[in-house]
Design a protein around this ligand. Structure first.
Ligand code: SF4
Length: 56
């Protein structure tokens, strides 16, 4: 990728990471319900999308 293109795309990449997109890790790592039996969802501990997600 050319350096100019990388420069132009940088803000979008930063936004994507902040919103938990590619490279942003799993939601469960930042979720209030990720302890003990608090969450029994099948997606745990690797949820990328979850309606019950609540920030710690
Ligand atoms: S509620 Fe969703 S995001 Fe939170 S721990 Fe459970 S599966 Fe993960």
């Amino acid at each position: 990728m050319g350096s100019w293109l990388r420069f132009l795309l940088a803000p979008f990449r930063a936004l994507s990471l902040r919103m938990g997109g590619a490279g942003g890790g799993y939601l469960c790592d930042r979720c209030k319900w990720d302890y003990g039996d608090a969450c029994r969802r099948r997606e745990r501990p690797n949820a990328k999308v979850c309606p019950d997600f609540k920030r710690r």
